[in-house]
Design a protein around this ligand. Structure first.
Ligand code: GLU
Length: 549
């Protein structure tokens, strides 16, 4: 799980100004930016070619180049990168010309303060991202490629194929929210994407993460369609998100952000239209605020507008742990299928959020030895076994796993390659690629995260005979209990935890068996088989409904 750091290239020949910027970045205490420096244009251009730069701070008056010419030469070398001009007071008009010619911003050197600098850089990066083709993300490409592969194998109707390749509705918004420091207002990008409206209301989580973009949210919405369809739920897929790192927000900031985001999408959500739920970076409390904001606007309490709420507000028993619980039900089924006893088997779990920690918990309850777990700060490895209770206790006291004394620290990358029977990536996307797939040593790969494995890696893992529980099957326990929650809310009737877990088990097992059977009859892998199961039901519904007008 790489933490995202932006590399800043500063091209500045004046050592006093260079020092100033350096100190300001350091003072901010912000480890989000890494600074590299060049003192001539030639050196700067070399750096642009050699390094992976995210943003350029540019002085226009350099020993080997002057004024607008400096900007034009840097712009030509780095067509896609955000550039902020560093200017003296007397050169402001040239800096303004550079902005007209395509620089993102300028800063007057003697007036820059730390927060001002990092905000200017953050917004310059945002602006370039926003204008650079929002669909174009690796995750959206992956979702489309997986779909096209399945479409080809199942010989999908060409008209249907084109119709399903992009989401039906995408909502891109920008929204402001006030920081606790009253005068500071942040503008952030938000999304709600509805991939398929054919099956009933749309359904899917809301993600708060600094990498969220239209392509990512659209990929996730498409996967929700296949997931709901594979589970036979009466929903099409949706997903939402806000591009922000929620760990840097106070509780009141998070609340203001959530309420404003909700009010921006209020026309497109509702218990009969589109029902959000938690995803990465959001939780029960965020769902409570969404439900409250929506209900305030409608004039009465509408619990069915979101799922994954606290139980006291109409949430369902068992929803919080449903994804982890469901994944372990499926791991048991997969282990039986390949003839591997769970008792004494070993497991590695990547991620210790809601999905990862519950997966670890239920695996331990099944007698599996947990040899490694991780969170954003570290991985922890102990071949003799880790105690779930001790891990939770440590994470509650220290917020993160870093420093946990019961095992050896490993990186997230190393963790994935540890020898084990069950590997459960339950954190970010794009973790298993052509680069590391050959070194993955598990017997069952149980995907708790969405999109953790890319297509090239899939091929390698299948060749190695690793049994894959693909994400749209593996993590479907969450949306399945979300469906139970929605049904209970609409009927004002609550089920017991026993009823919920039994129904969850029944639905997941049925989907597992259908997927295994389809993989066998069609001689294909589990992911493609699961996709075909999902796409088939959607296709049938689409053909029966026909086209309006
Ligand atoms: N965000 C979860 C997922 O990716 C749950 C969605 C839901 O419960 O609607 O499946």
């Amino acid at each position: 799980m790489p933490e995202h750091r932006n590399t800043v290239l500063m091209i500045e020949d004046n050592p006093i100004h260079a020092r100033l910027i350096h100190n300001l970045l350091k003072e901010t205490g912000d480890d989000v930016y890494e600074l590299i420096t060049a003192v001539t244009l030639a050196e700067g251009l070399r750096r642009i070619e050699q390094d992976r730069i995210d943003i350029i701070l540019l002085d226009l008056v350099l020993p080997d180049s002057q004024e607008l010419d400096t900007f034009i030469r840097v712009r030509t070398a780095a067509t896609q990168l955000p550039i902020i001009i560093l200017t003296g007071l007397d050169d402001v008009s040239i800096a303004a010309k550079a902005v007209e010619a395509g620089a993102q911003d300028y800063l007057i050197k003697n007036e820059i303060k730390g927060p001002h600098l990092t905000r200017a850089m953050h917004y310059a990066i945002e602006r370039v991202r926003a204008t650079r083709g929002e669909w174009d993300s690796p995750m959206f490409r992956l979702a489309q490629q997986q779909f096209l592969k399945a479409a080809q194998i199942m010989d999908l109707d060409e008209n249907i194929r084109e119709r399903l390749l992009f989401p039906q509705r995408t909502h891109v918004i920008t929204l402001p929210f006030r920081r606790d420091e009253y005068n500071v207002v942040e503008t952030v990008f938000g999304y709600r994407v509805q991939h398929l409206l054919t099956m009933g209301p749309t359904k899917g989580g809301i993600r708060y993460h600094e990498d969220v973009n239209l392509g990512e949210v659209s990929a996730l919405a498409m996967w929700m369609t296949w997931k709901c369809s594979l589970m036979n739920l009466p929903f099409g897929g949706a997903k939402g998100g806000v591009r922000i790192d929620p760990t840097g927000l106070s509780r009141s900031e998070l609340q203001r952000l959530t309420r404003r985001y909700t009010s921006e999408i209020i026309d497109v959500i509702g218990p009969d239209k589109d029902i959000p739920a938690p995803d990465m970076g959001t939780d029960e409390q965020v769902m409570a605020w969404i439900m409250d904001t929506y209900s305030q606007q409608i004039g009465h309490t509408v619990p069915g507008v979101v799922t994954g709420k606290p139980v006291v507000l109409g949430g369902s028993l068992g929803r919080k742990e449903a994804t982890g619980r469901g994944l372990v039900y499926l791991i048991s089924a997969a282990a039986r299928h390949i003839g591997m006893p769970l008792q004494g088997a070993t497991a590695v779990v990547q991620g210790f959020g809601n999905v990862g920690s519950n997966t670890a918990r239920f695996l331990e309850e099944e007698g599996v030895r947990l040899v490694a777990v991780s969170d954003v700060t570290t991985g922890i490895y102990n071949p003799n076994g880790l105690s779930y209770a001790e891990l939770v206790d440590y994470a509650q006291k220290n917020r993160f796993l870093k420093g946990f004394p019961g095992g050896e620290a490993v990186t997230n990358k190393e963790l994935l390659e540890l020898p084990c029977d069950i590997l459960a990536p339950a954190a970010l996307q794009n973790q298993i690629t052509a680069e590391n797939a050959d070194r993955i040593k598990c017997r069952i790969l149980a995907e708790g995260a969405n999109g953790p494995t890319n297509l090239e890696a899939d091929e390698i893992l299948n060749r190695k005979n690793i049994f894959i529980l693909p994400d749209i099957l593996g993590n479907a326990g969450g949306v399945t209990v979300s469906y139970f929650e929605w049904v209970q809310d609409i009927q004002n009737f609550m089920w017991t935890l026993k009823e919920i877990n039994e129904r969850l088990h029944g639905i997941l097992l049925d989907a597992f068996q259908r997927t295994v059977a389809r993989a066998e009859t069609m001689h294909t892998d589990m992911r493609t088989a699961a996709l075909i199961e999902g796409i088939n039901r959607v296709t049938e519904a689409k053909l029966l409904r026909g086209i309006f007008p």
